[in-house]
Design a protein around this ligand. Structure first.
Ligand code: PLP
Length: 420
């Protein structure tokens, strides 16, 4: 009998995985709370919330109950010309907790599609308004917005997407600098379509912080110029930054807000693009074909929507943003002194995320440290997946104080132990 990793190695192609040199995948047979259970019975702490998605912990009984109840009642139905209670109730509740001023919810399946939808709405919206010259987005250096073509185009080419560069549409790229943003938009003039950014925290860039003043300035200049601001909160949404949404912490309402990852508590794929009435109104017309030509087979899947509703209730009842802030503060307190360690260039924390930027021969995603630290942390019972030379953790909100202390200890050992 072959093991699961052996069978996997014969038939499966994994995401963001170099099959030519990475070791076999972890055989995961179960999960509960913040812990994954492996085939050999070992338990591993999920220090990165399974790619920034798991919110309340794995196997939460309330989410499983919501899932099974809804599955028995209505598993799926098309969402063009039909509707259902879970989708409507979720839209009502999302708009109630989102920054004020957002009025409509467009559902899709994942973070990339939530961004793709936002970009299409903006570009097509300009055409509907007779301003088809407005076609250039302004995005940030280091941005990551997903892996589909539009999302790749607004994302930084480096390090992942250089191979696709010839097919990616024109984007003006700026640093998190208000003056530079203003200059760039002024230079684009009537060609500027909108600004897209990850508010407060650029995840895939290596957990880089974005100043709230910059987000406010971006909002201000977009308002002045009458162009939309797209906030990609696929990763920062649902409490991760210590507020329900990073935009609220920055005190802004975007024109379009992209959500995914934690939307269902990290249990099922579901995404949403929330927009203002004005974005929606550009598509409302007596001419039928002026609609928004976008929709996925599983748009607003009822089971996913029902789970998302229950997850929102848990966010409220357990004050998830507050819990993330507390976990992050504990991690930071336990690790802050590493700032003076010769291997450490920076220690960053925002909400439930803490990151240690390490000195490395090769900086950035290609750093030789990543695979070594990943293997070392697993050996110590924690699943971490450094972004190149940036070792970070972002555990689920069910993480106890003791688990947070254990996590910090493992991270410290990874930095301090010369072999790690
Ligand atoms: C993960 C992520 C995406 C892409 O989401 P997927 O669900 O992986 O397609 C987009 N934007 C940000 C900020 C992300 O962190």
């Amino acid at each position: 009998m072959s093991s699961l990793p052996e069978r996997d190695g014969r038939v499966v192609w994994h995401p963001y995985t170099q099959h030519g040199c990475e070791g076999p995948p972890l055989p995961v047979v179960g999960a509960a709370g913040a812990w994954l259970e492996l085939a050999d019975g070992r338990r591993v702490f999920d220090g990165i919330s399974s790619w920034w998605a798991t919110l309340h912990g794995h196997g939460h009984p309330r989410l499983i109950a919501a899932m099974t109840t809804q599955a028995r009642r209505l598993d799926h139905v098309l969402f063009a010309g039909a509707t259902h209670e879970p989708a409507v109730a979720l839209a009502e509740q999302l708009l109630a907790v989102a920054p004020p001023g957002l009025a409509r919810v467009f559902y899709s399946d994942d973070g990339s599609t939530a961004v793709e939808v936002a970009l299409k709405m903006v570009l097509h919206g300009w055409q509907q308004r007779g301003a088809s010259d407005r076609r250039v987005f302004v995005a940030l250096h280091g941005a990551y917005h997903g892996d589909t073509f539009g999302a790749m185009a607004v994302g930084d080419r480096d390090p992942f997407f250089t191979a696709y560069a010839p097919w990616l549409f024109e984007v003006a790229r700026v640093s998190c600098d208000a003056a530079e943003l203003r200059r760039t938009l002024a230079a684009l003039g009537e060609r500027a379509a909108g600004v897209v950014l990850e508010p407060l925290l650029q995840g895939a860039a290596g957990m880089r912080l974005v100043a709230p003043e910059f987000v406010r300035e971006a909002r201000r200049v977009c308002t002045e110029l009458g162009i939309p601001l797209i906030a990609d909160e696929v990763m920062t949404g649902f409490g991760r930054t210590g507020a329900m949404f990073a935009c609220q912490r920055a005190g802004v309402t975007p024109d379009l807000l992209c959500l995914a990852k934690g939307l269902t508590g990290g249990v099922l794929p579901l995404a949403a693009t929330l927009v203002t009435a004005s974005v929606f109104d550009a598509f409302v017309h007596r001419e039928r074909t002026r609609f928004f030509p976008h929709g996925h087979t599983f748009t607003a899947n009822p089971i996913a929507c029902a789970v998302a509703r229950e997850s929102l209730a848990l966010c409220r009842e357990n004050d998830v943003p507050q819990r993330f802030a507390a976990i992050g503060a504990m991690l930071h307190e336990a690790l802050a002194d590493l700032r003076s360690h010769p291997r450490v260039l920076d220690v960053r924390q925002l909400g439930g995320m803490v990151a240690l930027e390490l000195r490395s021969e090769r900086m950035g995603y290609g750093s030789e440290l990543a695979l070594r630290l990943r293997a070392e942390s697993l050996r110590r019972g924690v699943l971490l997946r450094p972004l190149g030379n940036v070792l970070y953790a972002l555990p689920p909100a069910c993480t106890t104080d003791a688990e947070a202390a254990m996590l910090a200890e493992v991270m410290r050992a990874l930095v301090v132990d010369a072999d790690a």
